[in-house]
Design a protein around this ligand. Structure first.
Ligand code: MLT
Length: 242
């Protein structure tokens, strides 16, 4: 199951759906107000996102699941650790961090959420697009900028503004890392300026059964920028059967 980044949606996982559907059943939810999911009536929390994900797994009768969460998707994956327990067969934490926002980041999130409410999702696209893709992708795959922008603009104002406020309120998930009982890969683009590789290394050091994969010439959206390398990492994770 693939959990998408902010402010994208499940369409960011197209290269993984194509590359891995022969290998595993693929489930790609949209968080409330993103992609094909209806807009939330009130601001959600990341724990509510996690509860919706579990309800979906229950509905689909999924007993064991490998979860892949990129950035905000990783923040939600942390909130699944306790509730999923032994149902979690493997975890890929991609370009993400377990720590919460500091005071400055919280203020910036609320400011941007207000801009999204007033001006639309374009405000979030303009703020995030310059940071999401790495220098190599910007130079050698410029079409990705338009593709990512198009995905962002599919999302709703309540979804995007609500996610900003949910991320601002997220708790520290660091204490949960030691509880993880399944194999974990912490994967990160080496050009990721939002969650650089040192964040992935520090996170892996807190877990029992984790390793780090740094993907060369990829930024924060490592799954889109270097899909073959990213998919190889996931195949290795899927092979670590318990
Ligand atoms: C994401 O890619 O999901 C965002 O960069 C997360 C964040 O803004 O913290």
């Amino acid at each position: 199951m693939f959990l998408h980044a902010f402010p994208l949606n499940s369409r960011m996982w197209e290269p993984q759906i194509r590359g891995l559907r022969e290998r595993a059943r693929v489930i790609v939810p949209d968080f409330p107000g993103f992609g094909l999911s209806g807009a939330p009536a009130v601001d959600p929390t990341l724990d509510q996102y996690a509860r919706e994900v579990i309800a979906l797994l229950d509905q689909l009768h999924v007993d064991r699941v490998t979860v892949v969460g990129l950035s905000m998707g990783g923040y939600v994956a942390f909130r699944l650790i306790g509730p999923l327990g032994a149902r979690l067969a493997g975890l890929a934490l991609a370009d993400t961090r377990p720590t919460p926002d500091d005071a400055g980041a919280v203020a910036a999130r609320h400011e941007l959420a207000a801009e999204v409410d007033a001006q639309g999702v374009e405000a979030a696209a303009n703020e995030f697009l310059p940071k999401l893709l790495g220098a190599t992708a910007l130079r050698s795959q410029p079409h990705l900028v338009d593709r990512v922008r198009a995905i962002i603009l599919e999302n709703t104002v309540p979804g995007v503004a609500g996610a900003l406020r949910a991320m601002a309120a997220r708790p520290d998930s660091t204490p949960l890392l030691a509880q993880i009982g399944c194999p974990v890969v912490c994967v990160c683009g080496d050009e990721d300026v939002i969650t650089p590789p040192d964040v992935a290394r520090a996170m892996a050091a807190r877990m029992r059964d984790a390793w780090v994969e740094v993907i060369p010439q990829a930024g924060h959206l490592s799954n889109l920028e270097a899909p073959d390398a990213f998919n190889d990492v996931l195949r290795t994770l899927l092979d670590q059967k318990r």
